[in-house]
Structure formats: structure tokens, C-alpha cells
Design a protein around this ligand. Structure first.
Ligand SMILES: [Zn+2]
Length: 288
């Protein structure tokens, strides 16, 4: 696939300055905030640290153009987040889900404290409903890119993983996350929640491949079946099983089963084809 990350003139990725973190304007959704937090590894063992003095907040002021996004991994992630949140800022109210609140993505390495407890590098990307942040360590994506997928296969995989996590944020905003009761078994609420997040990722993918952004072209050009299959494979192989034991018993959807690969693909395609939250109501589905 070909992904165009931001326009050549940077119209989709304008970045007013900011001393801590940064604000990104552009897209349909208005202001989007993404904070890069690089936490230095503890000198004593490389584990997670709660020492605030060890945090470095870096600026993404260099992410101004599509070329930047294509050459810098962090700029690419930012462009994905920008597009995903622009989509939901428009779609959630349009489809009766209420206002969309922006969710910060925090990129860390080594380890970081979150509202859901300490997270270390071996944790895949996750959404924490307590502080409403998406957390990720870019090494998660490095592994995908260095693996059998190759760079081409990895581009959409990154975007898909982020869209899945922002799907959990949407579920938090709509109250669906708080209604989860059963967490075990193939038809549990937990599985339905994960499949719905995949369906929401499909909804964004439909938008990103069809609707022109500020640059006059869609964000994603030419999404293939292979891209989709690679993304779902990558999410399963690298992410889900490694996400564990850090929320201290708090609500954390990624600790739960995500459904079978076929189910995930199937619900992603429902979102991709139909683009509606109603179609993505896995909780009403008699068959998953
Ligand atoms: Zn999930």
C-alpha cells in the first residue's frame, strides 16, 4: 500500500510550538495533542521507573511535511493519530455517539507511569481508560518492520494498531467500556469489546482510504487485502499476548482475549465496508 502521511506542504500536520509536548492543528478534528515522553532507562536495571526527573519530553517540531512523516517514525505515528482523531471528531457526533474528546498518545521507551500502573517496554500499545491516554513504545513497531512484514507491510499495521486503541477510547466515551461484565469465553463482553475496536479500526480505514483530507487526497492510497491481513497478524503476534499485568486490577481491555483471527478480520471488514457504529454493534450480534 501507499500511505501519504500529511500533505507536501504540511497542511495536515501543522505544529504550533509548545514547550512541553506539542499541539497539532489540522485535519477535521481541530487541535490534537500528542506528547512524546522518553523515559530514560533506570541505571539500576532498565525497568520501569517512577522517577519524574528521568523523563525527557521531546518536541516534534520537525514533523512539518509529508516527507518528514515518511522518513521519521515518530512523525509517521503522529500523522496516523492526527487522521484517526479527525475521523472520530466528525463521526462520533454524526452517528449519535456524543462529542469526541481528544486522547493523548504518549510515546515512551524504557518505561513510564500511566493511570493504569507502570508500563515497560515489553508491553504492546494499549489504551488506559483511567487517564484516557494511548501508550506505545515504538520498538513494538520496530519489531514488525524488521520482521517478515517489511516496511511496506508495516505502514498500515502501525496505523491499524493505533486505530484499534483509539477504538477503545471511543468505547470509553460512549460508555460501552464501562458496561463490560463478562471477561471469559468466546462470546464474553470482553471479546465483543475487542472485536468492536477492530470494527472501529475498519471504520477509520474506510474514511482514510475514501475521504480527502486537507491536501485534497485520502490519507491512505490503495489499501490491499494483504495489508489488512498483515496488520491483523502483526497485532496478534506482537501485541495482544504481551500486554499484561500492569493495570493493578483496573479496567484494561487489552488484557482480555481479542477473539479469533477470523473474527477480527471479519469485524474489521464490517467496519471497512459499512462505516457505521450501528454495524459495529458486536454486543447486539448473535454470531461473532
Ligand atoms: Zn484491544
Amino acid at each position: 500500500m501507499e500511505v501519504r502521511r500529511g500533505g507536501g506542504g504540511g497542511s495536515g500536520m501543522r505544529m504550533p510550538g509548545g514547550s512541553s509536548g506539542m499541539k497539532v492543528g489540522g485535519g477535521i478534528g481541530g487541535v490534537i495533542v500528542l506528547v512524546l515522553v522518553f523515559v530514560l532507562q533506570s541505571q539500576l536495571g532498565g525497568g520501569p521507573t517512577s522517577d519524574d526527573s528521568a523523563e525527557q519530553v521531546s518536541s516534534l517540531d520537525n514533523c512539518r511535511t509529508g516527507d518528514d512523516a515518511n522518513q521519521d517514525a515518530s512523525c509517521a505515528l503522529l500523522a496516523d493519530v492526527n487522521s484517526i482523531q479527525a475521523f472520530w471528531a466528525e463521526t462520533l457526533p454524526d452517528q449519535g455517539g456524543g462529542d469526541y474528546d481528544q486522547a493523548v498518545t504518549t510515546i515512551f521507551s524504557g518505561g513510564t507511569d500511566t493511570g493504569c500502573g507502570a508500563a515497560s517496554s515489553d508491553v504492546g500499545p494499549f489504551y488506559c481508560p483511567v487517564d484516557q491516554h494511548v501508550y506505545l513504545d515504538p520498538t513494538f513497531f520496530d519489531e514488525m518492520l524488521e520482521g517478515q512484514l517489511g516496511a511496506e507491510g508495516g505502514l498500515f499495521s502501525e496505523a491499524y494498531v493505533l486505530a484499534h486503541e483509539y477504538g477503545h477510547h471511543v468505547q470509553n466515551l460512549t460508555g460501552q467500556l464501562g458496561k463490560v461484565r463478562t471477561q471469559q469465553g468466546p462470546t464474553s463482553d470482553a471479546v465483543r469489546l475487542e472485536l468492536q475496536a477492530d470494527c472501529y479500526a475498519g471504520m477509520w480505514s474506510k474514511f482514510a482510504t475514501e475521504v480527502p483530507d486537507d491536501s485534497g487526497e485520502p490519507f491512505i492510497l490503495d489499501l490491499t487485502d494483504e495489508d489488512i491481513a498483515n496488520a491483523l497478524d502483526a497485532a496478534r503476534a506482537v501485541g495482544d499476548d504481551r500486554i499484561q499485568e500492569r493495570s493493578g486490577g483496573r479496567v484494561d481491555p487489552d488484557r482480555w482475549t481479542h477473539g479469533s483471527a477470523d473474527q477480527r478480520m471479519s469485524w474489521f471488514r464490517v467496519g471497512l465496508a459499512q462505516g457505521s457504529m450501528e454495524a459495529c454493534d458486536t454486543f447486539a450480534a448473535t454470531r461473532l
